[in-house]
Design a protein around this ligand. Structure first.
Ligand code: COA
Length: 172
C-alpha cells in the first residue's frame, strides 16, 4: 500500500471510496467542489496495487480571533477508508502523511470535525478548550461542539476564535 498525492485519474476511485465509506454521495460532492475551486490544498490516496482504498483531503480554513486577526489554517477531511479495509492503519497513515507534508509550512492551525477518540492520536484537542468554535455551531448540539477539534502547531496568542471552512462544505 502506497500513500501518494491524488491525480485526476484517481477521482473516480476517490469518489467510490467516499461514497461507500459514508454511505452517501455528499462527501464526494464536497471533494469535487473543493477541486473545482482550487481549494484542494492536499489530496492524498492510499493506493493498493492501483486500487484506491483510502483518501484524505486538506482544504483552506480561516480563524477570526477576538482581536480581529485572521489566521490561515487547514481543514482536515473528508477522510475515508474503503469498508473492508478499515481498522488496518490506513486512515492513520493518510492523516499522518498529510500532517507531515505541511510541517515545513506556516500553517496556523488544523481543524477537524469528527470522533475525538479517533483524532486525539494525531494531537487534536477539542477546540472549545481554547475558546475556538466552528462557525456553523450555534451551541445547540453539544456533540458537535465536542467533535470540533484543532491542532495548533506553533505558539499563538490566546483568545477566542471562530473557524470557517471553505464554502464547499455548505456550512456558511
Ligand atoms: C474513520 C476512518 C477514516 C478511520 O480509518 P481506518 O483506517 O479505519 O482507521 P485506523 O486503522 O487508522 O485506526 C483504527 C482505530 O481507529 C478507531 N476508529 C475508526 N473509526 C472510528 C470512529 N469513527 N470513531 C472512533 N474510533 C474510530 C478504531 O477503533 C481503531 O482504534 P484502535 O487503534 O484503538 O484499535 C475509517 O474508519 C472510515 O472511513 N470511516 C467511515 C467514514 C468516516 O467516518 N470518516 C471520518 C469522518 S470525516
Amino acid at each position: 500500500m502506497q500513500i501518494r498525492t491524488a491525480g485526476e485519474d484517481d477521482h473516480a476511485g476517490i469518489a467510490a471510496v467516499l461514497t461507500a465509506a459514508f454511505a452517501q454521495p455528499d462527501e464526494a460532492d464536497i471533494v469535487a467542489a473543493l477541486r473545482d475551486d482550487d481549494a484542494d490544498s492536499l489530496e492524498l490516496v492510499a493506493d493498493h496495487h492501483g486500487r484506491i482504498i483510502g483518501t484524505v483531503m486538506f482544504s483552506p480554513a480561516s480563524a477570526e480571533l477576538s482581536d480581529g486577526r485572521i489566521l490561515r489554517g487547514l481543514g482536515l477531511g473528508p477522510v475515508a477508508v474503503a469498508p473492508g479495509q478499515q481498522s488496518k492503519g490506513i486512515g492513520t497513515a493518510l492523516i499522518e502523511a498529510g500532517l507531515e507534508h505541511f510541517k515545513p509550512y506556516p500553517v496556523a492551525f488544523f481543524c477537524v470535525l469528527g470522533e475525538p477518540d479517533y483524532y486525539a492520536r494525531f494531537g487534536f484537542t477539542p477546540a472549545i478548550e481554547r475558546g475556538w468554535t466552528w462557525q456553523a455551531d450555534d451551541g445547540s448540539i453539544p456533540e458537535i461542539r465536542d467533535a470540533f477539534q484543532i491542532v495548533i502547531p506553533r505558539d499563538l496568542p490566546s483568545g477566542t476564535g471562530i473557524v470557517r471552512y471553505h464554502p464547499a462544505f455548505g456550512t456558511g
